[in-house]
Each structure stands twice: as C-alpha cells, then as structure tokens.
Design a protein around this ligand. Sequence first.
Ligand code: ATP
Ligand code: MG
Length: 197
Amino acid sequence: MRVGIMGGTFDPIHHGHLVAASEVADRFELDEVVFVPTGQPWQKSDVAVSPAEDRYLMTVIATASNPRFTVSRVDIDRGGPTYTVDTLRDLRRAYGTEADLFFITGADALDKILSWKDAGDLFELAHFIGVTRPGFDLNAEHLPASTVSLVQVPAMAISSTDCRRRVEAGMPVWYLVPDGVVQYIAKRGLYRKVGNN
Ligand code: ATP
Ligand code: MG
C-alpha cells in the first residue's frame, strides 16, 4: 500500500491542493491520498482559523468525488497545535508497518521542514515530496536527498489566504475552490467580516 499524506489548514481547501495531490498520486502510483486538516488552537499570521469541523467538512466535500482521496481526523481529534511528526506517527499506526507513506508538501512548507518538531524522525516515518508552488522556490538542498523528491505540478496561483480575502471583499471564489466548497462557505457565512452578516 502506497499512501500519500496531504496535511494542511484547508481554510478553505482549493484547487492548488487538489491538483498537487492528484499529480503526486499519479507520479508515485499512490493507492490513496489522505487529506489531514490541522488541529484547532492554531493561529496563522494573527488570523483566527475557522472551526475544525468546517475545515474538515470542506475537505470532505472537495475530495468526495475522487475514489483515491480520503480525509483523516487524526490531527483534529488529537487537539492542540498540529506537529507533522504526530500526524505521521498516528497514520503509521493506522496503516501498519507495511505501508509506504509519502508526505506531500508545497515549496513554502518544505522550506521550513527542518524547523519542525522532531525533524530528524520525520524522514524515517515517511518519504517527503516537495511540489512546486507559484511564488516559491522549490529546493531541498538543506534536506537529505534520499528522503525528499521534488515534483513539478501544474502551476496554480491559488492560496487559502487569497480565497478568504476574496470572500471578505465580496469577490468570487468560483473555480478557485470546488463548487461544493463555494456553496458551503456561503451557507456557513465563513470569511465574512464580523457584523457583515
Ligand atoms: P494559507 O494561505 O492559509 O496558508 P495555503 O493556500 O497555503 O493556505 P495550506 O492549507 O496552508 O494552504 O497548505 C497545505 C499544503 O498545500 C502546504 O504544503 C502548501 O504548501 C500546499 N499548497 C497550498 N497551495 C498550493 C498551491 N497552489 N500549489 C501547490 N501546493 C500548495
Ligand atoms: Mg499555507
């Protein structure tokens, strides 16, 4: 069993995430890609993150049509800030020692890997795959070559930050995120300014 792992805040999930996962699944002949939304008390650049259940449901909606895509709650259910080493340990336990794990990460996140908790153990738990992302240089010079692969994926200049800003400004996010996610954002009133409802 070859299992890809796509960790992210997914606030919201967008087509950049989905294209990256699909491309890596094809190139590495993965049987499954597990999307893992991060746990809750976690602030990114001073912006409060949407509730875990909303991010989880958007991830389920976005991946539902792909038979190889699944969603895991391990990081949400563990609670607290997410450390990738914990994600990998939990999924290793769930999938057993036979499975090959491939952790997929964009160029921006790959850059920071060595500062992650228990960075040394990460490379024993999974093979790392860095994917290209517009606006970021993809290089793994500072990472062990045997455990990191770099993959060129179709360039999607989309970020969750930009999607949130667009919704807040009343601009469309159609075709940046899956249709069901557009509708879920509207239904739940996500990313709108407080008092703007
Ligand atoms: P935010 O702007 O809130 O940080 P994001 O768009 O970066 O959101 P994350 O949930 O932070 O999305 O990213 C999850 C993973 O997906 C990371 O490894 C990130 O590098 C990767 N990723 C996100 N967007 C893209 C993209 N457009 N192309 C390739 N990889 C991407
Ligand atoms: Mg990000």
